[in-house]
Design a protein around this ligand. Structure first.
Ligand SMILES: Cc1cc2nc3c(=O)[nH]c(=O)nc-3n(C[C@H](O)[C@H](O)[C@H](O)COP(=O)(O)O)c2cc1C
Length: 208
């Protein structure tokens, strides 16, 4: 499978046909998201996978009136930590120590940077944790394309309403971006087979 062919094949699908994405493909996309790099490795977000049709309809009604929400196979909500807490950092450092079979004490060089982050405001923290979620979104979009699964990144939603529906605030989380996955409806999607609009190399890249 050719990466650039698949990146040309994918597009932000506006209409989907309701076909289910096979579990194996979903698992691959989720695994790619799990493997995405994040600053310091903290992964300060969760991804909520919504498959229940009634719940998707509720999201459509309350938080996001875009048809892909109802027509997709799954709605993935990327929700970042609002605040980077000592507890969150402790859990991560313990995971790091356990995975690499080292002591937590040997990770004390991380203290300064994490303390600096913990001492930032909630707004600063959320702006940073949201950026980490966007990286995972990007990796997820590429993974979906390689699996021949259509996907739409969606920022056009009411975050407050979605947070309420999912009970995110209570979990120190806030919704950042949505990714719907499924299959394009070639008959109803006005964007199907439209040419990609992209800057040319000269305007996007400069060499030093
Ligand atoms: C972070 C982000 C948010 C987006 N939000 C929406 C959205 O709310 N609804 C939508 O239909 N497309 C949305 N898009 C899709 C973009 O409009 C689309 O990716 C862009 O026009 C490039 O086209 P292509 O992805 O089809 O190649 C979003 C894309 C990104 C990366």
């Amino acid at each position: 499978m050719n990466l650039l062919e698949q990146l040309n094949w994918r597009y932000a699908t506006k209409r989907m046909n309701g076909t289910k994405v096979p579990q194996e493909k979903l698992n691959t996309i989720l695994e790619a998201i799990r493997l995405a790099p994040t600053s310091l490795g903290l992964q300060p977000f969760k991804v909520i996978v919504i498959e229940d049709q009634a719940f998707k309809e509720q999201i459509f009604k309350d938080a996001c009136q875009q048809p892909q929400i109802k027509e997709s196979s799954q709605v993935l909500v990327f929700a970042s930590n609002k605040k980077v807490t000592p507890e969150l950092v402790k859990i991560y450092l313990e995971l790091l120590a356990e995975t690499r079979e080292i002591s937590v004490e040997s990770l004390s060089h991380f203290d300064e940077i994490f303390n600096r982050i913990i001492n930032q405001s909630e707004n600063e923290n959320f702006a940073w944790t949201a950026r980490q979620a966007y990286i995972a979104l990007g990796v997820g979009l590429v993974a979906a394309a390689l699996e021949n699964v259509d996907a739409t990144p969606i920022e056009g939603f009411n975050a407050q309403a979605l947070d309420h529906l999912l009970g995110l605030k209570e979990q120190n989380l806030g919704s950042v971006v949505i990714m719907t996955i499924g299959y394009r409806d070639e008959k109803t999607d006005y964007l199907f087979s439209k040419k990609k609009v992209r800057k040319n190399n000269n305007s996007l890249f400069s060499y030093i």
